[in-house]
Design a protein around this ligand. Sequence first.
Ligand code: ZN
Length: 670
Amino acid sequence: MILNHYSEAELSAAFGIEMSTVDGLGVGAGWGRVAPGARSRVDRHDETEFFVIVAGEGELLVDGRTHPARPGTVALFEPFESHVIANTGEADLVFLTQYWRDAARAQFSARSRTRPHATGRPQFVFSTPPTPNGDLHLGHLSGPYLGADVYVRYQRLNGNQAWHLTGSDDFQSYVAALAEKEGTAPAEVARHYSAEIAATLAAMDIEVDQYSVTSVDAGYADGLRRYFTRLLDSGRVTARATPGLVDGATGRYLYEVDVSGACPGCADATSGNICEECGEPNLVADLGAPRSRRSDVAPGRTDVERYTLPLHEFADVVADHHRQGRVPARLRELAARVFGRDRLDLPVSHPAGWGVRPAEAPDGDQVIWVWPEMSYGFLHGIERLGAELGEAWSRETPSADWKIVHFFGYDNSFYHAILYPVLYRLAFPGWQPDIDYHLNEFYLLEGEKFSTSRRHAVWGKEILTPDTVDAVRYHLCRTRPEGERTDFRRADFDRTVSETLAGQWEAWLLGLGERVEADHGGITPDAGTWTPEHTAFLGRLSVHLEEITAALNPEGFSLRRAAAVLDGIVADAREFARGQSQLAGLGRWASEARTAIALELAAARLLAAVSAPLLPRFSARLAAAVGIPEITAWPEVVELVPAGTRCAAAGVRYFTAGARPEAAIAAGAR
Ligand SMILES: [Zn+2]
């Protein structure tokens, strides 16, 4: 036999607590001890694991949910469930663990679409609040806004609670700069473009459940001041004089849009405070060969008193946070670069005239910097949404069961994924925010960066109409900059519409409708005899459903992959239709021919269902055309359209308002 006794002498540091091993049990095993007030690091792995609590009192935090742990508690963690054990009592918390690999269980867990966003948790899905100094162009729309919209639509089809929140980030210095240039007030600029942005989002069929306008929302500024006071009360944010730059001619303080130079991280040209190329912050005084936008005189160096955070002391806090949610490797790598510096004393306020002044210095020249402000703005948005929904979500007491999901461009990574987790830790020490991050890179236009100032842009309003919106959404999904820079070319878009969407998708669906009309009187036939080709086609459709489910699940979320699956369904269906149309009109094979048509209609039904999050208008029209109800749930399986359903697909157009595209596919073969 094996007899093992818990022994403190055999423990050593592991996973943020103390562990020992028990050998010979046939599976991995060990003892764990959590000291009073301590908690383990977030852990997540392919093994199935269970804990037996033998002493002490505490909590288990599993995928954002908290469960009590006391002597006699047994807890099993499925593969990839994130888990933490925390001691909330006065004495040691002691547990026995066992863990083993089970490939089938791991595969099941990896493909599950309820884990880790277990149903019942509210998901707050944020697209970066846009700066109201211009309207939205396709570069903006393709990134955070389309991403968040599809994400929320998909989650809701799965029966999960999810809302899209964004708003107008009014206190950006870029708003004040434009107002100065145009001789108007910042509030006026913000009001104008905030309304334009909201209209463009609507034109893109991007539904927003909560739209905060930071300079206008009731209670926003007061709530922000209280949040800032929490940061000061932590003792880690203090008023300090650190080096800054001022304009050589006017003495005016320089930051953000007013200053440029060489990035201390990558040496590329950058504006003040953040580098779009490498994603690293700068302190303005550390820019190489700085230039002021306000005069040609070399900027002067001087010590400037600002509220300042010693960010370099928080590498472990950020790493711990990065173990919790969906955090792309690129963000962890950025954190490693940022924390590789000896010091990073980051100002969180700046001398400026546009913004919210801290309660502690109401008459001073400082405003709370708009980027730290945004971390509060997200919590404000959640509270506002809750007020509309009758939920008591409070920006003052964020909850462990909130799932926050951020969509943003890489140039915002430092703020979202490094600075904000630290601010949350200081403001709410007991809160372990569970945040997923979805990044996009730059979307180029004809090979160059989109530029509002140089008018090098395709504005949403130039291209979006009720007739084009699905084509735009499809093309942007297909080409959006996920993991690499990509390029919008007008000729490519036109080709997508004429060759793919009209020439293939619409042509197939029109032809299918005409064949159902001609051969079955417009009524969906019952499937008859199945050939091996039919079975294989059903199998392929099932694979497409699995693929697009994986592409829309949070872990693997990719609109490029999802849109490619839609096109794959059409390509497979067209090929199937070309082959099977040989049977049409051959009386001996009428039963097999019916099956082929029923399967093509099943493909159309599948396309209507799985395109719903990406192309909502197309999905609704296609569902109506093949006679099925509006799509309200994500399909579990590929299903035939019920026999006897009236099919109205002949003559329904989706992407071409005018001329008829190429003749229906099967026409030549019949
Ligand atoms: Zn850089």
